[in-house]
Every structure is written in C-alpha cells, then in structure tokens.
Design a protein around this ligand. Structure first.
Ligand code: CA
Length: 417
C-alpha cells in the first residue's frame, strides 16, 4: 500500500478525513426525494454506486435492485470477489481511469451534507459479546464486590447474550430515557425512569455470508463470513440492569436502543490494520485456537456533549484491548450448529483499557456513579436528558486513514403517557 492512490485521487480529501480512497465504506443514503440507495463515502462526498452501475462502470451491469435498495444485504450477498472488483473499479474511477464517467460526476457524487443516512443493513439477529477483559473485570468488581472480578468461564469462552434487532438504530436518531423496575433506597422495587443511563463503546462486525444450521464456522473460515465493521453504542440503563440480570443476563436494561455508525467499513479496507494479540492463558480449546493476525488496531474515542453545549472526551482507547477476536466469537457462536445470516450484527462488548480515561462506559469511569466527572462547568455521574454521546474510531492516519465517522445520538426525556 503506497500513497499513490491518495495522491492520484481527483476528489479533494481534507486532512484528518476518515474517508480516504483506502477506506470507501458502504452505507445507505437518500437525497432530494430519491429512493434509498447504496453509497460509498469519499472525503465530504458520497458516491452513488447505483448511478455508476447504470453507467456500466463495473463492466457488466449488476441487477438494479442490488444498488437501488434500502439495505446492503443484496450487495453483501454478491460475495467478496465482487466487492473487491467494485472497490477497485471505484478507486480507478477516482484516480482518472474512466474520464468520460468521471466528467459526469455531478450525477454520481453527492455532498454528504445534503444526504439522509439510513440504517445500512437488514438485521435478523443481534448478539452482544463481552470480550473486553478490563471491562468485564471492572464490572465484576463493581457488581460483585467480594468475589473474583472474572467469572470462571470468562477466559475459556467468549461470553455473549442475544440482543434485540428491533431496536437497532442508526447514528443521528434520538432515544428516550427508558422506564422500568429499579430498586429504591430501601432496596424495594419501584417503577421509575432509569436514573443511571450509560453508553457502551463497542465495535461490531456484520455477517457477510449465510451459514448452514448444524455446521459450525471455524476460526480459519471466519473471515469469509465477515463483511465489515461498524461502531456501536450499547445504551444501558444500569439500575434496571442491576436488578434484573441474575441469572439470565441483560434484558430490559439494554434492549430499548442500540445505535451504530452510518458507514460499514469493509474487512478489505481494514486488512492492513490487523495485528497479533498476546498469547491467551489458559490455552483455549482447539475450536477457539486461531492463527495469524486476528485483532484490529483501531483508535476509539467517546465524547459527551451536553444540552448547554459543553463537550468533553471521556474515553480514549483501542480495539486491541479486546481479549477475544471476531474469528473466535464467530467460531464460538456457531460451534453448537447455530447458523448466522447476512446482516446479522455481532458486537464486541465494551472496550476498555487498563487505566482511568480508557474505560468504555460511565459505569466504570465514574465508579458506578460515586465519582463525578466534569464536562465544562457541569458534572456527570450518569447521562442527563439532552446529552449527546459521540463515538469515533479510525485506523491509520492521514492518507491511509480508515475511519467510521461518528455514532452520535441524543438522550431525550422519558416519554410521559
Ligand atoms: Ca454491551
């Protein structure tokens, strides 16, 4: 990989942009009343891939419905060879190989500022793992004070629960503070708006190929089944969660909303940023063993912006803090024969580092609400109405930068009925 493509790119790309010519993430957008369609981000623009298909950029014409679609699923189903071809053709177009098509760029290059972004995939199932060791240990210490921070199974299998796909939302959509059962000061259950609203910083992968029920996916095959990645905020109501989670795990404390980025960054774009991970001790069972580079070096950040306009970065960390890799998560998820489908979302679990300032939730950052943080002239233990949580993530820098944009959602007051 050289700077040649970046230098040759005919579209201006501002320094620090997540959307260089090496990225080309996919999303679904609409503009000027037109139907939703497949787009790729470049600089401050979106490439209307449907229009390029119409202009025969890809040699053959793909079925129109693949690109003029409210979801990426049909495009994902084309498979990795076709994805690579589309990616290469668009890189060639952006560097001047098809001057006739490039000249008509007012037809296929749309400014991001005039576009509406939609939820990018049709998701049948959403699973949330718990693969961050520091997060699991921090939560263990806060929720089960006198016991070992990690439960005995944690280093033997990537723990997860089945989430809820109906309440998945895309960046930009607001959510309302949920109500539910929480404990009052006398430890008696009451029905109340949550008073402990939190975010969870996560990376998630999107399934790129259907698997067959009864047939596990091995760690070696996993890459074939991963289309790409999004940033994900697993909104959490800690007081509801704390009262309900034993013995079956998260339920209403989590399933009211989960938000993801507009853009799906493909595993092809992230390949240069794969890295090794320290040896796992104890040794894992053979079906969880893996070879080569399986972890992603992605810098991650969370900001909170208050209604009064104060903003602060509350977390800076990296996806290399995860203990279990996507390949291990997928191998474990399917080892019993459970099948996966295109568009399914598998979230990593909260990503936290070892030190203060690297923790991916307020539960950890404020020591379960006992130590407030300052945001401008305001303080927070948990989120207040009007707060906006902003997640960011990128691999590489400058010409090579491959980023996700933001996941940005505002917390609104409870809906009164
Ligand atoms: Ca989570």
């Amino acid at each position: 990989m050289g700077t040649d493509l970046h230098t040759a790119c005919l579209i201006p790309i501002e320094k620090g942009s997540d959307f260089t010519i090496y990225n080309l993430p996919l999303g679904i957008f609409s503009y000027k009343g037109k139907e939703p369609r497949v787009g790729m981000a470049i600089g401050n623009f979106i490439i209307d891939v449907h229009q390029l298909n119409k202009a025969s950029l890809f040699g053959k014409k793909y079925n129109k419905s693949i690109f003029k679609s409210p979801y990426l699923n049909e495009y994902i189903a084309l498979g990795k060879e076709q994805h690579l071809l589309v990616r290469q053709r668009i890189q060639e177009l952006l560097t001047g190989a098809f001057p006739k098509i490039f000249k008509k760029r007012n037809q296929w290059l749309i400014e991001q500022s005039i576009a509406t972004m939609h939820f990018p995939v049709q998701t049948g199932d959403y699973t949330d793992f718990y693969s961050g060791e520091h997060h699991a240990a921090n939560v263990g210490k806060l929720f089960r004070k006198n016991e070992a921070p990690l439960l005995p199974n944690w280093k033997h299998l990537p723990v997860a629960y089945h989430g809820r796909s109906s309440s998945l939302i895309v960046s930009g959509k607001s959510i309302h503070r949920p109500k539910g059962q929480i404990l009052n000061k006398d430890n008696q259950p009451i029905y109340s708006p949550s008073k402990c609203m939190d975010f969870e910083l996560e990376l998630a992968f999107i399934i790129g190929k259907n698997s067959q029920q009864g047939h596990p996916i091995s760690t070696a095959e996993a890459d074939d089944y991963i289309f790409g990645y999004v940033l994900l905020n697993d909104w959490s109501a800690r007081d509801i969660q704390r009262w309900e989670y034993v013995p079956l795990g998260p339920f209403l404390g989590k399933n009211f909303a989960t938000s993801i980025s507009h853009w799906v960054v493909t595993s092809q774009a992230l390949q240069p940023f794969l890295c090794e991970h320290p040896q796992q001790i104890p040794e894992v069972l053979p079906y969880l063993q893996q070879e080569g580079k399986q972890f992603l070096d992605i810098a991650l950040q969370v900001d909170i912006k208050t209604q009064k306009g104060h903003q602060k970065t509350v977390t800076k960390t990296n996806a290399t803090e995860l203990y279990w890799s996507p390949a291990q998560q997928l191998a474990h998820h399917t080892v019993n024969g459970c099948n996966v489908r295109i568009g399914d979302i598998m979230a990593s679990g909260t990503i936290s580092g070892a030190l203060e300032g690297t923790w991916g939730s307020l539960l950890e950052t404020t020591y379960n609400g006992t130590k407030a943080i300052e945001i401008g002239k305001e303080t927070r233990t948990f989120l207040e109405d009007g707060d906006t949580v902003i997640l960011r993530g990128h691999a590489g820098e400058d010409a090579f930068r491959v980023g996700f944009g933001t996941v940005e959602n505002q917390l609104l007051p409870v809906i009164e009925k």
